[in-house]
Design a binder for this molecule. Structure first.
Ligand code: SAJ
Length: 456
């Protein structure tokens, strides 16, 4: 449906709304950059979070998450006095909800074929919407940014807000606008990416456009709220399914004695093929979560999406087989340096990280794991510890496992590394090591997706 579709944009779009003051609920990876960017663009912003530690950190001029450039923007926002923080919303022209939507760890749905699927935990969205109720006023705009199952804005958010006695579309404006930024590049993508605003009414979409055009330089596309919700889920599901096929190719390559990395590079020379990269699994708080929202909402229609999730979720176990093989058949008592714990390269985010999962599985098999994550040197887990330096992880290791393609690891010189460790076995889960130079330095190299016929 486009803006000219009959019946959709037939209403009065209203005057251009001039937003002076907004409230951003949830000061995490999306809310904090969003709040700060609005503030540095002259809008008065109250950032709301229920976590007192987060508020105290921000009040002290510090930040609680790592993201390139974020500290500078937050500091500028606070210095300008346009950004203040609070534990509850205040009256404002617009409210942006950017709280997490995880899934339940202990509750599952079941398909008619008896297969389990994960269920979205919407409690943080519900409490954020409820927190707005006492301060919601006629003429306000409320925007949900949290990734959510289709129809959440219409079926979950609107009825809660209407408990105020005000009616969505009539007394206040309600829209859905997903964030689409890539961790590691959030501040640039927030401004430059195209943005979709889905209104529950045309006027709401238009007001959303007025709000985000304060800083968005990419194209702003308006549509209805449920389409915008689906767009977000489609983007991440598309990526998840494509990673699943890359992972399946890597398993096939191992079976057939092929180097999948070479095969992918060659296949990608085809003008209409763009195969992604296999790895130890799919993590983070988006790609490994969002496809479940489709499965949950329509299990009978989402078989391919469900299978892709199962392939990706099983991958740490497959990666474990490779480590076991590299270690000579058993991990019991073996000292393993696990390099990289974050869900992907060059970020500090360990949520849903396949690297953490793989480290846990190695520990369960009796390995002594010393993990080093350059972007988060002080993480703690049951059964294994992180060490603050690469040297500490390597000093008495027998096997080195590279889990994440951090820039630091990409620049490894095998000769230098050999002087830091007695280990002469290295397992590469990301296809970043050049076998010949590592072999020349005395290492035996095992790479995910590289079949044994490649001469290991
Ligand atoms: N991964 C692979 N192989 C690849 C690409 C990724 O194994 O070829 C793995 C990564 O290692 C990681 C996971 O997938 O574990 C996800 O990483 P990612 O870089 O694909 O995506 P995210 O989670 O950092 O960000 C995604 C982005 N969505 C898309 O690219 C469609 C981002 O634009 C979204 O804003 C973000 O999800 C989100 O918040 O939804």
């Amino acid at each position: 449906m486009d803006e000219n579709s009959p019946g959709w944009f037939s209403g009065n779009l209203g005057e251009k709304v001039n937003f002076k003051k907004i409230c951003v609920l949830g000061l995490g990876y999306i809310g904090l950059p969003t709040a700060s960017t609005f503030a540095t663009h002259g809008i008065s912003v109250v950032g709301v979070d229920v976590n007192e530690h987060v508020l105290a950190t921000l009040r002290n001029g510090e930040i609680h998450i790592q993201e390139p450039g974020l500290r500078t923007v937050v500091k500028a926002a606070i210095r300008s006095e346009n950004l203040t923080v609070s534990n509850q919303p205040v009256e404002a022209d617009a409210f942006i909800i950017a709280v997490p939507t995880p899934f339940y760890e202990d509750k599952f749905g079941e398909t008619s074929a008896g297969e389990r699927y994960k269920l979205a935990d919407m409690r943080l969205v519900i409490s954020a919407v409820e927190a707005i109720l006492p301060v919601l006023r006629r003429g306000n705009l409320v925007v949900l940014e949290s990734t959510s199952p289709p129809r959440t804005t219409v079926d979950l958010v609107a009825p809660i807000l209407e408990r105020s006695g005000l009616k969505a579309g009539q007394d206040f404006l309600l829209a859905y606008s997903p964030e689409r930024v890539l961790p590691g590049q959030i501040l640039r993508e927030l401004i430059e990416n195209a943005r979709v605003i889905g209104g529950t009414t045309p006027a709401a979409a238009q007001a959303g456009r007025d709000l985000y055009s304060v800083f968005v330089k990419g194209e702003i596309v308006t549509t209805d709220a449920t389409t915008a919700e689906m767009v977000k889920l489609m983007e991440n599901t598309y990526r998840d399914v494509n990673i699943a096929i890359a992972i399946e190719f890597s398993r096939l390559a191992e079976r057939f004695g092929v180097n999948v990395w070479e095969a992918i590079n060659i296949a990608n020379l085809h003008p209409r093929v763009k195969i992604l990269r296999p790895g130890p699994g799919v993590g983070g708080h988006c790609i490994s979560v969002d496809p479940w929202f489709f499965v949950e909402s329509a299990p009978d229609l989402a078989a391919l999406i469900h299978t892709a999730r199962q392939v990706n979720d099983a991958q740490p176990h497959h990666a474990l087989d490779l480590v076991r093989q590299a270690a000579g058949g058993s991990l019991a008592g073996r000292r393993i340096a696990a390099l990289g714990l974050s869900f992907k390269e060059d970020v500090d985010d360990l949520r849903e990280s396949p690297a953490v999962e793989l480290a846990r599985l190695m520990v369960q098999e009796g390995a002594e794991v010393r993990a080093f994550e350059p972007n988060k040197p002080d993480a703690h887990f049951d059964g294994f510890s992180t060490v603050p330096t690469l040297a500490a992880a390597l000093e008495d290791a027998e096997v080195i496992v590279i889990l994440v393609a951090d820039s630091e690891f990409r620049q490894f010189q095998p000769g230098e590394l050999a002087s830091l460790t007695p280990a002469r076995i290295v397992v590469d889960m990301r296809g970043i090591l050049v076998h010949s130079s590592w072999q020349a330095a005395g290492f035996q190299v095992f790479t995910l997706g590289v079949g044994l016929a490649m001469g290991q």
